[in-house]
Design a protein around this ligand. Structure first.
Ligand code: ADP
Length: 424
């Protein structure tokens, strides 16, 4: 029997059997049978013409048919139906045709059915990828809104806290004046405790303001000539006391390029280095070593800060530069500024990255991993572009040539910042 005649003979049997086995329920059977009839007609056309393009429209419809709920599930619905359809077709041909006719028919249609399966899998995959991209887009939008809310909250909270803190600072300094001449030693020591608390609070509020300036691309730089060696000398002096307290060693190595004049905001760069070195002290046990070195690269000065501390796991190496990058390790929060593993609010490295990037530079960390016993250590790399004129890379990007002036209230007024930009 010719292949076409076999196909004609099998049509009603095929439609009834496939529908019975594969329709999801009575309710959908009529619609499903209609689809099967359409498929069978196109299959016949394909056999006659030898051109699989006849099947493309129905395969396209099937491949793009999955519903939202199907897409939520991991299994590939239509491909599964087509796969079963191929096995059932082989059974039906075997049951209802002579062996020779069955073989002839299957030799003609199995390659077509296999091709159809491949096409449907591709369409179904495309539909699924489009669905996932859409979902991802909406999750990203939600995350962006959350991040904006977080940023707004930080900004409002910091400004609200600043006013009462200024009042407390004022009254405390009056009290300090009052007890200055008194004999009450205990009162003086209580007031010094209050002062330390105020300074820490001021530091946290300043950090919160800096983070919100960076988040909103409002960090302005006061670009002046500067020398890296000068910043590193200030650092060496500033950290003498904490380094001695922790019995650590701080090596500051002179490197090619450290004496070169570059343009940048020395106060902000000092703040950035200060954060990284405070961390190096904090996350290195007593008697450890911190080494500051660097090198001159084409167009850049690289500064490296290496410690012999607990190191950072590969997963955390990028996260620590995000705000609150401490990853919820509340056990590490401490009141000691340089205490071993005394984690802070997790804003330091995010501000540091913001400052370096506003200068057109970049910062990253290298570490073999986190290990409190083996102490693999970490190396922070800071790459700063060598600018020969006082242009402000980010401000030019955002505001053209009309650089906005930083207002008094936005200036964080860091403690211990350098005031003199001349080389040492
Ligand atoms: P924090 O206020 O917690 O110190 P930072 O933004 O300065 O916040 O640092 C984020 C986190 O990065 C720290 O909590 C710490 O887990 C990790 N980290 C930073 N510097 C080092 C370092 N030198 N060695 C090990 N871990 C570090």
């Amino acid at each position: 029997m010719a292949v076409q005649a076999s196909l004609q003979k099998l049509r009603p049997i095929w439609v009834e059997r496939i529908s019975r086995e594969l329709a999801a329920g009575e309710g959908v059977r009529a619609g499903f049978e209609e689809q099967l009839q359409r498929f069978y007609t196109l299959l016949e056309q394909t056999v006659v013409t030898g051109d699989t393009a006849w099947l493309d429209p129905i395969l396209y419809d099937w491949g793009h048919a999955p519903t939202e709920s199907n897409l939520e599930q991991a299994d590939y619905h239509v491909s599964f139906v087509l796969d079963r359809m191929i096995s059932l077709t082989i059974d039906i041909a075997g049951d209802h045709l002579e062996d020779k006719d069955a073989l002839e028919l299957l030799a003609a249609i199995v390659p077509i059915l296999a091709h159809s399966l491949g096409v449907v899998i591709r369409y179904e995959m495309e539909t699924r990828v489009a669905h996932i991209s859409k979902e991802l887009g909406s999750v990203q939008e939600k995350l962006q809104v959350l991040d904006q809310n977080k940023s707004k909250f930080i900004s409002v909270a910091a400004h609200e806290l600043k006013t009462p803190l200024t009042l407390i600072e004022g009254y405390t300094s009056m009290m300090v004046d009052l007890v200055q001449n008194s004999e009450q030693a205990s009162m003086k020591s209580y007031l010094s405790g209050v002062n330390t608390g105020i300074l820490r609070l001021r530091g946290i509020i300043d950090d919160m303001i800096d983070v919100s300036l960076i988040d909103n691309h409002l960090l302005t730089l006061n670009i002046q000539p500067l020398w890296t060696s000068h910043l590193l000398n200030l650092i060496r002096n500033e950290f003498k006391k904490p380094i001695a307290e922790r019995k650590q060693t701080l090596n500051v190595i002179d490197f090619e390029g450290s004496e070169m004049m570059i343009y940048g905001d020395s106060e902000r760069l000092y703040q950035a280095l200060h954060n990284v070195i405070t961390n190096a002290i904090k996350y290195t046990p007593d008697k450890g070593t911190i080494t500051i070195d660097g090198r001159l690269l084409p167009g850049f000065v690289e500064i490296t800060i290496k410690d012999t501390g607990i190191g950072i796991s590969p997963e955390e190496q990028t996260l620590i530069f995000d705000k609150f990058g401490q990853l919820g390790r509340a056990d590490l929060h401490s009141s000691g500024k340089i205490k071993f593993k005394g984690g802070g609010p997790g804003l330091g490295l995010s501000i540091t990255r913001g400052i370096i990037e506003t200068h057109g530079g970049t910062i990253w960390v290298e570490s073999a991993g986190y290990d409190e016993v083996k102490l693999p250590g970490s190396i922070f790399h800071i790459l700063l572009p060598i600018r020969t004129e006082p242009t402000n890379p980010v401000m030019l990007k955002f505001f053209g040539n009309n650089e906005p002036q930083q207002t008094e209230t936005e200036t964080s007024g860091k403690e211990n910042t350098p005031t003199n930009n001349s080389p040492s």
